[in-house]
Write a protein that binds this ligand. Sequence first.
Ligand code: THU
Length: 146
Amino acid sequence: MTSRDQDPASSATTDEIVQRLLADARAVKDRAYAPYSNYPVGAALITDTGTVYAGCNVENAAYPQGWCAEASALAAMASAGERRVEVIVVISDGELLGTPCGGCRQKIREFAGPATMTHVAGVEGIRRSYTMDELLPDSFGPEHLG
Ligand code: THU
């Protein structure tokens, strides 16, 4: 969609949706539980029904048991019975681009379509935007399993 296109589910423009997701991702980042890395992350996504889900990273004293913000947002979405991500915004505070980790790229891919966009944000706003194919080229997905 271009910035003038309308989302039939909400009648909001693409820019408005991204800004809404950015605000929600920022808000949920502030609730991240990241006492070990001190690297809070927030993610907010909108589905094909126009519903928004958000989640933060949740770390654990047994380090490998922690999980990423994208996983939290996707779990909230799937738990609500939804299956299609249209746009996702991921935000962190660092100077470097806080792109989704490899595992999260695959997690997003599970519920993505060709038009699904991932926007990576920092303190100042959106830094870079990726199609699913840019984020995870030649990816494996549900259709491989027939
Ligand atoms: N993290 C995310 O939440 N998403 C990513 O895609 C990359 C990493 C979190 C996991 C951990 O809590 C912290 O950032 C440092 O790796």
